[in-house]
Design a protein around this ligand. Sequence first.
Ligand SMILES: C[S@@+](CC[C@H](N)C(=O)[O-])C[C@H]1O[C@@H](n2cnc3c(N)ncnc32)[C@H](O)[C@@H]1O
Length: 344
Amino acid sequence: MTIFDRRTSTVRLSSRQSRLNLKHLTAPKDIHHDFGIDVVEGLNKFPKSIPSKYFYDQLGSELFERICDLDEYYPTRTETAILQSYAAEIAAITGECELIELGSGSSTKTRILLDAYRDRGDRLRYVPIDISGSILSNSAIALLSDYPTLAIDGFVGTYELGLQHLPQPHLPTRLLCFLGSTLGNFSPDECDVFCDRLAGVLQAGEYLLLGIDLQKSKSVLEAAYNDRLGVTAAFNLNLLRHLNYKFEGDFDLTRFEHAAFYNQEQHQIEMYLRSLGRQRVNLRSLDLSIDLEPNETMLTEISRKFNLKHLARDLESKGFRHIRSWTDPNHWYGLVLCQILPLR
Ligand SMILES: C[S@@+](CC[C@H](N)C(=O)[O-])C[C@H]1O[C@@H](n2cnc3c(N)ncnc32)[C@H](O)[C@@H]1O
């Protein structure tokens, strides 16, 4: 049975209630309001853009999971393999700790870390934060049944809100995980501010584990974001369906196409929706009409590709001590573990 506490927006599951707390950090109407503001701002800009966090309605989250299984999409399986090789080493370095995860999604890879801590006999506490309530609650419920001693304090909301609401630590230290190269969705300036924010949230001696996609050949990168089955295209186009649903829109999905290419100067994949002709689109509940020219694009996501040494240096400038980085035999993907220094 599910119990919803209106005052605190907290969901508890009665059968395992002592182990699961899921909190919605914003009321649905506030999320809707912020979404509307972002959409009006992004579509009135030139070039037009829509923030990538709005990919993740229920269908968007499901499509992302499908992307992770694609042959061309090497990041998930490569990050998984690195975690499988080194999770025990990570656990030995940090010792018993709480796992906080930003953009936790299905938490599939997090299980590798949970297994490593469980194998040491450590207590397990997990604090997942994700904007997508459906994937967060489904994965939390699955984790509880697979890890009988795990306690979960999850937050449905943005990274920023989640970081503001972190619960009091119960275990000796904390490991903040940001996997899936999601850091790459921030522009360099946003990344800078975000890393400062992470350094400010962690206490002296606590750890940060980043999974990051590394620079590599254009052909490998472009194949990963232009898969043959068209799942990434469906994921990208679903953003328009999400806008139609939320704001009484009339985007005709057949009149847009997915486009993704690697910008070698900026070291980033850029993902767009391209208009297949001149068209006007209305989002009635936002009182917004936009005109698109043939081939005009809307930027929906960037995915930056990092250089491990540069990232480690940037993190050190934010007050982190670089402990270790791990990579795969091709050097396609990296995991970076660092620790916040006591005196900043
Ligand atoms: C690229 S997926 C990565 C999922 C998972 N960490 C992995 O490695 O497979 C990004 C995840 O972050 C969530 N997300 C995206 N933007 C967010 C934001 N601004 N605040 C909170 N969660 C966000 C999405 O719902 C999604 O689950």
